[in-house]
Design a protein around this ligand. Structure first.
Ligand SMILES: [Zn+2]
Length: 400
């Protein structure tokens, strides 16, 4: 695998230098001729690119100059930070990435005759030929429809596999649980595109009596890693993406930010792109027959994670999952004001007393926050902004 990655990397860097203005400038400014990048150890010579870096570059400068405009397929994602990002690839590249995703789905239990129903905000109008032939069929339905009608459509389609974002699946689970026994009985549920919290997983699995398998990916790379049902860890899609985990100094680390290089993206290359997520390699040797590298569930996706001393970080999912269980708690916002201090602002639900809710939060906090992070529980006197629903956990270090 290493030899494959390195061969592909040399070719990719050479291509990006010759054909893509942004990477030519990046390597020239860093004083790194493409011939210097020969092995995975050389990868760190390439400066890391972040999402804000790319926003300052014109689309033209990010595209290979040898791909005809008619060959460019465009997808736009609306990042939760409000800034849309555009990814362009050719049909061949898209097929290669979809093949890697399909392989992971098969390893997760998908069978050729299964019907997958994908709940997505961009349902495709046309279905691909092999779908119509009956192998690996997939139907897409619109996640923007109201949840009850999505559930109704799913019950009618009788899928073997349901795919969707964790929040969508969780909403479905709640509706299904309220409505009594559901006719929807998928064999598997595939979650992706955002962080799956343990509480959401429990609710979804209970509502549909099927296991949830989580897929970690992004628009830029498609599938990056997936949850293995044999060993419970996430395996990196090593023959599609070179996944690195780096510390604050950009050097390889056991735990840190996820930086990725797409091995099949030539029309719009992504070299050492910072995904803004946190992950940790799993180093112990495994008995799992899947030989791809293993990591723990990536966290902090598109949300604030709380930095801790020593370069570690606390997942906002963990904070949300912990507070979700607090009885009587209405809206809340957790604000980190320094590396060792957080404030939990709360509103009690109607009928709950502030003192009772505060005491319940204080009982829950030691299991949520590590001992070095002191917490303070404060009744919000109109202090919780509307955005707290979207961003219930945030950091406010250095007065930002
Ligand atoms: Zn495994």
């Amino acid at each position: 695998m290493r030899a494959f990655q390195e061969r592909r990397l040399r070719w990719l860097v050479h291509h990006a230098y010759q054909r893509v203005a942004y990477y030519r400038r990046l390597l020239q400014d860093a004083g790194v001729p493409p011939e210097r990048i020969r092995t995975l150890d050389d990868l760190a010579r390439i400066p890391i690119t972040t999402k804000p870096d790319l926003r300052r570059v014109s689309l033209q400068d990010r595209l290979a100059d040898d791909v005809a405009p008619s060959k460019r397929l465009r997808s736009i994602t609306s990042g939760s930070d409000g800034e849309p990002s555009v990814v362009i690839r050719t049909a061949g590249e898209r097929n290669a990435l979809q093949a890697h995703r399909l392989r992971a789905q098969i390893l997760a239990g998908l069978r050729p005759l299964d019907l997958r129903v994908s709940i997505t905000s961009h349902p495709a109008p046309r279905q691909r030929a092999h779908h119509r032939l009956g192998f690996f069929r997939q139907v897409e339905i619109d996640s923007r429809d109201d949840t009850a009608s999505v559930l109704c459509r799913l019950e009618g389609l009788k899928p073997d596999v349901v795919r969707g974002q964790p929040q969508t699946l969780d909403r479905l689970a709640r509706i299904a649980a309220q409505a009594g026994p559901t006719k929807l009985r998928p064999r598997l549920i595939f979650s992706g595109a955002d962080t799956l919290t343990p509480a959401a997983r429990r609710r979804i699995e209970a509502a549909f009596a099927a296991p949830v398998v989580d897929f970690y990916g992004s628009e830029e790379f498609d599938l990056i890693a997936w949850e293995c049902r044999r060993c419970g860890l996430y395996h990196a899609c090593d023959d599609s993406v070179i996944v690195e985990i780096v510390g604050d100094d950009g050097a390889p680390a056991g735990e840190g930010r996820v930086v990725a290089t797409g091995l099949h993206s030539l029309a719009m290359p992504f070299l050492r792109f910072d995904l803004g997520d946190i992950a940790r390699w799993y180093v112990r040797s495994l008995s799992c027959p899947v030989s791809f590298r293993s990591m723990e569930q990536p966290i902090g996706r598109r949300r604030d994670f709380l930095p801790l001393r020593g370069g570690r970080a606390l997942s906002p999912s963990k904070v949300e999952a912990g507070l979700q269980e607090v009885e009587g708690l209405g809206r809340y916002q957790v604000v980190q004001t320094s590396l060792d201090r957080v404030i939990v602002y709360y509103e009690p639900l109607p009928g709950a007393t502030p003192a009772g809710v505060a005491a319940a939060i204080e009982r829950a906090c030691p299991a949520i926050f590590p001992p070095e992070l002191a917490f303070e529980v404060r009744l919000a006197a109109g202090a919780i902004p509307k955005s707290a629903k979207r961003r219930p956990v945030r950091t406010c270090l250095n007065g930002q």
